[in-house]
Design a protein around this ligand. Structure first.
Ligand code: GDP
Ligand code: 5AD
Length: 583
């Protein structure tokens, strides 16, 4: 494991006191309950381990490695880029497992089902999240040949996965997180849609229905569709597509679950179709993967990519290009610095070399650009920024391919003969639940959750803090008062406050106040230039109707989203993960 401390002459990390608390709780090395490294030491540890791979694998000289460590260090200490949590926690340490996302196969035999449970436990222990397709399991009440009994079906096995996850609990770092997907044409689909209702048996899962194009067509044509036995591949019954669609909508309306994922679209984006079909994603939905594949993520902080030029706030394209390219190199190195929990995962990951570079602080960027989230202009910024990152990321991946070779499964991939790439995928929009707190940025591509937050400080007292961007706007545009700040602390929003100019109210609009259509259009704008998928919650007012949810699904489909997760304000939520704005 890595020994060493950040050089004293290097700049300190630009972390808020709150971010340092988050790091000390879960990320910094501890010995006998005492924290024994600083945040700077952690960043230095990560930068060193990830840079040194270039010495081992590509024979780079000491001088170049030193310079690279410093570049990586600066980019993280400035909070311009942050890798996913497992990389921060585990690089240069005994676990050495650096990926956030895994998908494990579940085949239909007792051995293979319990292999998956065991492998998931090993992954959870290291802080990774696991996704599964349960679609290959025979439906309940099917025959079990060896015993003459009847099968209990996918949902009963999900409960076993859930209990195993519950028992692991990961020694206090991260609890286990799972995604469970079932194809809409599996005979047990109705049980699946209802499986989290009125019970506490599947609490460690997010669930999504795997929607097919055939199903969506049947919904539009208001007809029935075939249920397929996963063993024989033949139709064993029919259900009314509009009826199933309504049951999904009804449950999502009630408590935000299940989500939906467009399986055929995931496969249209599958870069290596010869290696198999994509059947599942990681827990928050942003990373579709083949069975036994893993992916490491990292996100660029867009809040820091805005500068003043000739008195105007503009995007700092030059720095965004540098950070994007350096991040791709960083994430490509992580693939080799990583210690995988299973040999087969090691082989799959190193064959495709997928990375997931994304963004956080998009809402903050819009605020700095004085643009409301629910506008055409915001959609244009989303497309422009993500297109730029995608393009720059490809340029760097092509450069790496020249230097290090294409990903080993390049032949026969969708890039074969089109462009030589080092990585089968480059971009992913992760929720950035924790790393956005570390960077004091808005999470992923979500709008602000509130204009004021409650923070729990070290001794357990709760402090209310108004968004620092709002405070600086209030001062700059002359409507600051202590009174106003206290008011906002109570309300959490500035909508309708007479003291706040209308345009500022619009710029600081929060998730609840934004119409679902704009949420979806922003998601679609990012998806357009993202190889993998976009993690996003579509917020609805408590008064939203089922028809409005149905409308959202149709719009997401029409705009080429890869999936959709909705949440109606005040509906009971028992989610595995939530992007907490308060800590
Ligand atoms: P961050 O790097 O901690 O900010 O993680 P994100 O919120 O961006 O989540 C990215 C992915 O990491 C998720 O889709 C999951 O695959 C995984 N993940 C996130 N949070 C957890 C957790 O609490 N436990 C586990 N086991 N996995 C998680
Ligand atoms: N599919 C995709 N994403 C999901 N999330 C929760 N459940 C699902 C699901 N079934 C996401 C939220 C948020 C993140 C924390 O997890 O929408 O983006």
């Amino acid at each position: 494991s890595f020994e060493g401390q950040a050089p004293k002459t290097w700049p300190k990390a630009n972390l808020t006191p709150n971010a340092r608390v988050v790091l000390a709780k879960r990320y910094l090395k501890q010995e006998d309950g005492q924290v024994i490294e600083t945040a700077e030491d952690m960043i230095y540890r990560v930068a060193s381990v990830v840079a040194q791979i270039e010495e081992e694998n590509y024979g780079k000289g000491k001088k170049e490695i030193q310079a690279l460590i410093k570049d990586f260090y600066n980019m993280m200490a400035n909070l311009e880029f942050m890798p996913n949590s497992p990389t921060l926690m585990n690089a240069g340490r005994d676990l050495g497992q650096l990926s956030a996302c895994f998908v494990l196969p579940i085949e239909d035999s007792m051995e293979e089902i319990f292999d998956a449970i065991k492998n998931a436990a090993i992954i959870h222990k290291s802080g990774g999240g696991t996704g599964f397709s349960f679609s290959r399991l025979r439906p309940k009440n099917s025959m079990v040949r060896s015993t003459g009994g009847v099968a209990s079906g996918p949902i009963s096995f999900m409960k076993v996965f859930n209990s195993a996850t519950e028992a692991v609990k990961q020694g206090g770092t991260r609890r286990g997180a799972n995604m469970g997907i079932l194809r809409v044409d599996h005979p047990d689909i109705i049980d699946f849609i209802q499986c989290k209702e009125d019970n506490k048996e599947i609490t460690n899962f997010n669930i999504s229905v795997g929607i097919t194009e055939e199903f969506m067509l049947a919904v539009r044509e208001e007809r029935s569709y075939d249920l397929i036995d996963p063993h024989t591949g033949s139709a064993v019954g029919q259900l009314s597509a509009p009826e199933i669609f309504n049951i999904i909508v009804d449950h999502a309306w009630k408590n935000g679950e299940p989500g939906i994922v467009f399986l055929d679209r995931l496969n249209q984006g599958n870069p290596t179709p010869l290696l198999g079909k994509i059947e599942a994603t990681n827990p928050c939905g942003e990373q579709p993967l083949l069975p036994n594949e893993a992916c490491n993520l990292g996100s660029i902080n867009l809040k820091l990519m805005v500068i003043e030029k000739e008195g105007k706030m503009v995007i700092n394209w030059e720095r965004l290009s540098q950070v994007t390219r350096l991040s791709v190199r960083f994430l490509d190195n992580v693939i080799d610095a990583n210690q995988y929990p299973l040999p087969i995962i090691d082989k799959m990951v190193k064959g495709n070399r997928k990375i997931g570079l994304g963004v956080m602080g998009f809402a903050d960027m819009l605020i700095l650009l004085q643009t409301s989230y629910s506008t055409e202009e915001a959609v244009e910024y989303a497309e422009k920024v993500m297109k730029f990152i995608q393009t720059e990321a490809r340029i760097e991946s092509q450069r790496l391919a020249e230097e290090r070779g294409t990903f080993p499964n390049y032949e026969g991939s969708i890039y074969d003969g089109v462009m030589k790439l080092r990585n089968a995928t480059l971009t992913t929009i992760a929720p950035t639940g924790t790393i956005s707190m570390i960077c004091a940025a808005s999470s992923g591509v979500e709008p602000l959750f509130a204009v004021a937050y409650t923070k729990t400080v070290m001794d357990g007292t709760a402090l209310v803090e108004v968004n620092p961007l709002f405070e600086s706007f209030a001062k700059e545009f002359g409507f600051y008062s202590q009174d106003l700040m206290e008011k906002i602390a109570n309300l959490g929003t500035v909508l309708g406050l007479a003291e706040v100019p209308n345009w500022v109210q619009e710029v600081f609009t929060t998730a609840q106040e934004i119409a679902p259509e704009w949420h979806i259009r922003i998601q679609a704008a990012f998806q357009k230039y993202t190889d993998n998928a976009v993690s996003k919650t579509i917020n609805f007012a408590n008064s939203a109707t089922r028809e409005e949810i149905a409308e959202a699904y149709r719009l997401a489909d029409e705009l080429n989203c890869k999936g959709l997760t909705v949440y109606r304000d005040g509906s009971r939520e028992e989610q595995v993960l939530s992007t907490g704005t308060a800590t």
